[in-house]
Design a protein around this ligand. Structure first.
Ligand code: ADE
Ligand code: ZN
Length: 338
């Protein structure tokens, strides 16, 4: 009997290119860390917290996400957070993950940058040993804060430059265009760091163009609203720019009204190099395979589409070409066995 499409997708080897480690903080761990660190959170129970996860736009979510992150205090907390993510990712056949972290969310509360990054790095090393998952860190700047704060964060990270894969730009998009961060991205590029930016999630297509032209980005996070500009789409296709798309996030944040209307179908038809990702899985109802399953349930996708998406996840990664080729080979071996 042939496998259902969601199960087929679940078994494919894949990379995850858009996941905020703070967005993997499950309510149970949030409560456990609140207790461990004697931090109070404005929710009485896990059920209360889950009930609060009803958003009409990005900012509704960000308010809760930043409040939740306050339970993360020690190096061990960051290790435990990332370790839990890798266990989930391994179960979803993730072979490589490029993970966002938001240092300013923590350093602004007096947490040492070192505690944040060393906790994440030790979990990454452990994941490679335990699960064979490779990973890299992308340090995101919070765009609702001034560029000077981003520059200070880049300076703070100096002892760990060789442990960073790249830099990114996240948080409240509208009103904080990429051009605000041109200098910090220029400096990060000069350091040899990869550059990515959230653009076109809620913001207009001009934010996507600015990210390309003014930030020199190597990959776009989300990019949904690029579809409103045909010329921009043609450019993204011609330059083979990867889009890290997050279907369940888009649904939860009302970027799309229904999964059946998700622009992924249009993106694939247009020849865009789209990928599937979980964004903030603890808040949006699922990890990467849940995102594939949600697409599968629309009836708008077939096996070839999902093979393309899995392949794009490797070719859009920042792995060296040889490693990408090896992963794609493994993907085709897996497909042949399904
Ligand atoms: N930070 C965490 N998740 C985010 C998202 N989806 N958009 C912008 N900033 C974020
Ligand atoms: Zn994101």
């Amino acid at each position: 009997m042939s496998l259902a499409l969601a199960e087929f997708a679940a078994r494919l080897p894949k990379a995850e290119l858009h996941v905020h480690i703070e967005g993997t903080l499950e309510p149970e761990l949030m409560f456990a860390l609140a207790q461990r660190n004697r931090v109070s959170i404005p929710f009485a129970s896990v059920a209360d917290l889950r009930e609060a996860y009803s958003f009409t736009r990005l900012q509704d979510f960000l308010d809760i996400y930043y409040a939740g992150a306050e339970v993360l205090c020690t190096q061990q907390d960051f290790h435990d957070l990332a370790s839990a993510y890798f266990d989930r990712a391994a179960a979803d056949n993730v072979r490589h993950a490029e993970i966002f972290f938001d240092p300013q969310t923590h350093t602004d509360r007096g947490i040492a940058f070192e505690a944040v990054i060393e906790g994440l790095l030790s979990a990454m090393a452990q994941a490679q040993q335990r699960h064979g998952i490779t990973s890299g860190l992308i340090m995101c700047f919070l765009r609702h804060l001034p560029e000077e704060a981003a520059l200070a964060t880049l300076t703070m990270a100096e002892p760990w430059y060789d442990r960073l894969l790249g830099v990114g730009l996240d948080s409240s998009e509208v009103g904080h265009p990429p051009e605000k961060f041109a200098e910090v991205f220029r400096r990060a590029g000069a350091l040899g760091l990869k550059r990515v930016a959230h653009a076109g999630e809620e913001g207009p297509p001009t934010y996507v163009s600015q990210a390309l032209d003014l930030l020199g980005i190597d990959r776009i996070d989300h990019g949904n609203r690029a579809l409103e500009d045909d010329k921009l789409v043609a450019r993204l296709v011609a330059e083979q720019i990867t889009l890290t798309v997050c279907p369940l996030s888009n649904l939860k944040l009302c970027v799309v009204d229904e999964m059946a209307d998700h622009p992924m179908r249009v993106m694939l038809n247009a020849g865009l190099r789209a990928t599937v990702n979980s964004d903030d899985p603890a808040y949006f109802g699922g990890y990467i395979n849940d995102n594939f399953a949600a697409l599968a349930a629309t009836g708008h996708y077939d096996r070839e589409d999902f093979i393309t998406l899995a392949k794009n996840s490797f070719s859009g990664s920042f792995l060296p070409p040889k490693a990408i080729a090896a992963h794609v080979n493994d993907l085709y071996l897996a497909v042949a066995s399904l």
